[in-house]
Unconditional design. Structure first.
Length: 405
């Protein structure tokens, strides 16, 4: 694995996990996952976060390669989730004199995750605290509920680096990141590479809305704090180190955490029993595209639901299409609506298509669930399919298309 170059003093020691199929046992990661960790070499050496237990040996090998005979003074724990903190006790067993810098809430969680008593090693820090390492220092920034309550970020002022915890993270292993060469030769003799920003956005968006989406207000709070800092590099706990076009990344986070649409268009999410509801969804797509409207579509019965959540937040309009099932909503659609509610879906216009052979109920029930959300406008132009799509159904779909347009 080619490690991202940050500087001679700030080293990347993270690892890629290419064998992981489901992150958090629920999110598809076909391009793998990175567990990022960093070292700051100075008069005092700080190790920033560890890695998942799946990659303990590889992470320790990276750590020892950078440290050599140095004894680290600090282990900074920005976030206690096990994909970043699984090796805290193992680290302290290897370096018993090191202090664990973490929030007070993290100190509690560390006690819950590990059988070893690490109390003597823990030094709690809070918003505004600064730890000097020599030429470098770390200023701590409280980031509660981004996306756990104990989270800290930190800022290194000399090299203007924000260590952003799970902020600005994405799905995908670093070795699979699309990049381009800038033509600059780095101090270590390698050619400088930077990210393909459009490729970054796709999996960063899916990551954000499914992992952090509920906590827009808390993300906004941290963005306001970050605005006061001179940031040249963002080092997240997942995904690539960000060095160029930081305004692009921060701008997307501002849009996402304000629950504003990123793309003008319509997202169609559908479930289907025998293909008839899917047929109606496809007809709607064709009519919208004929009107020049950008459309994305997700078959909730077979596609990745996490991508459906991503697109629901991305677009300014959405259409839900579902058959009636056991006098209710087809389970995949009901699950999708529950996910939207848990992630704080809001500020959108929604259309409904239902199917029912004798007692269609899906639209009424979907409408009721949407009314539980914030600032959702449900269109009156509802489509009801009675078993199969017929001429009258197509006329209803045209009315819905006009209302969406």
């Amino acid at each position: 694995m080619r490690k991202p170059y940050i500087s001679d003093a700030v080293r990347y020691i993270g690892v890629d996990d290419l064998d992981l199929e489901l992150f958090e046992h629920q999110y598809d990661v076909p391009e793998g996952m990175s567990y990022n960790s960093y070292v700051i070499l100075d008069e005092k050496t700080a190790v920033l976060d560890t890695a998942d237990a799946r990659k303990t040996d590889e992470w320790f090998a990276n750590l020892k390669e950078v440290l050599g005979e140095k004894q680290p003074s600090y282990l900074v724990v920005h976030h206690c989730e096990p994909d970043h903190a699984a090796n805290i006790a193992t680290f302290i067993a290897a370096y018993p004199e090191a202090k664990i810098l973490c929030s007070a809430k993290a100190a509690q969680l560390i006690g819950q995750f590990f059988d070893a008593d690490l109390t003597a090693n823990i030094q709690t820090v809070k918003e505004g605290d600064v730890i000097s390492l020599g030429a470098h220092s770390l200023q701590f920034i409280a980031a509660p509920m981004v996306h756990w309550p104990e989270v800290l970020m930190s800022y290194e002022a000399t090299e203007k680096i924000l260590f952003a915890a799970d902020g600005f993270g994405k799905f995908g292993a670093i070795c699979n990141e699309p990049s381009r060469t800038t033509g600059v030769t780095l101090p270590n003799g390698e050619a400088e590479e930077v990210n393909d920003i459009e490729e970054w956005a796709c999996e960063a968006r899916r990551y954000y809305f499914n992992i952090c989406g509920k906590y827009g207000a808390q993300v906004q709070s941290v963005l306001k704090k970050a605005a006061a800092l001179d940031i040249k590099t963002i080092c997240p706990l997942h995904g690539p180190v960000l060095k160029e076009d930081l305004g692009y990344y921060i701008g997307l986070y501002n849009t996402w955490s304000n629950y504003e649409p990123e793309t003008i268009g319509v997202f169609i999410a559908h479930t289907t029993l025998h293909g008839n509801t899917a047929k109606a969804a496809e007809i709607l797509r064709e009519k919208l595209e004929a009107k020049g409207i950008k459309v994305a579509m997700n078959d909730l019965t077979s596609d990745d639901m996490a991508e459906g959540i991503e697109d629901a937040f991305r677009y300014d309009r959405m259409v839900l299409c579902a058959p009636t099932y056991d006098a209710g909503i087809m389970p995949k659609m009901e699950d999708f609506l529950a996910h939207l509610k848990s992630k704080g879906y809001r500020n959108r216009t929604v259309g409904l298509i239902e199917n029912g052979s004798w007692a269609p109920m899906a639209a009424k029930l979907m409408r009721a669930k949407l009314e539980e959300l914030t600032n959702i406008k449900v269109l009156d132009e509802q489509v009801t399919i009675k078993s199969t799509v017929k001429a009258d159904t197509i006329a209803q779909i045209e009315k819905l298309a006009l209302a969406l347009a």
